[in-house]
Ligand binder design. Sequence first.
Ligand code: SF4
Ligand code: MG
Length: 326
Amino acid sequence: ANLLLEVNGLKKYFPIKGGVFGRKVGEVKAVDDVSFTVKEGEILGLVGESGCGKSTTGKSILRLSEPTAGEVKFQDQDVNGLSKEDMRKLRRNMQIIFQDPYASLNPRHTVEKIVGEPLLIHGMKSSGERKERVRELLKVVGLSSYHASRYPHQFSGGQRQRIGIARALANNPKLIICDEPVSALDVSVQAQILNLMNELRDRFNLTYIFIAHDLSVVKHICDRVGVMYLGRMAELTSKDGLYNNPKHPYTQALMSAVPDPDPDYQKDRIILKGDVPSPSDPPSGCAFHKRCPYAMDICSEVRPEFREVENNHYVACHLYDDTVQS
Ligand code: SF4
Ligand code: MG
């Protein structure tokens, strides 16, 4: 498959202001040198605890949050170099679905207006045409045309997420960034929405970046998974590679936090020490070293490089660096 998206050295730093004059006193490195690619038709998972930078990565790709540095290429086009007008055109192809569909749907607008808005923005001037297209989109996401005249509060959480998906699909995008689209839903509803998203991917040849805070959700839907920790990519590989052979100690810990009925598996549970450190003051060297059961002397001093250690299996950890003596 062709490469759809290329992210190189993406950084997003937020200034910390303080003191009486509100001067910049530091910065939060929310995304710090993240690189990955996404192929056409692929579902790439981005996983990590809150504050690891996964949502900011998604928003920086769409330039909803202006990146501090790095390169984002969509179909070989450098996104960061685009004018506002060209960016607006490109946005047709890149959409985002949020965790809380309720917060992202205007409560005073009908579904008709909500789903029709992106059509209008991108030039579908005829209200009759829009009406027609909205009804078609509602069917595509498993709702009915009579829902068009209703308001967001008249729907369940799962239905609202379907409305959000319909809106994202309105202009036939290529890439959809899904920012924890099922995290706020009941488990039974989660499966329905995930199934729907999978179907839509096949039907419309969509590509997803699927952001989640735990590995159990992405297991069912993703082709490849990247694990992020404190603004950096810790590990990135195929779903099978990650689940069968997790290499980064942080991935192993996340994996062991997924409940598993197998008693042998429970023996291997890794309990992490401490909380996630503050992204405004990340530990030196490997940002994970204060919590890592395998930390060596070098880990607090040298930041491990994100390297391909096996075919298509990337890890940032000194354990896989042959030049490091433990
Ligand atoms: Fe642990 Fe060191 Fe690997 Fe970091 S580099 S994950 S501290 S072993
Ligand atoms: Mg988030």
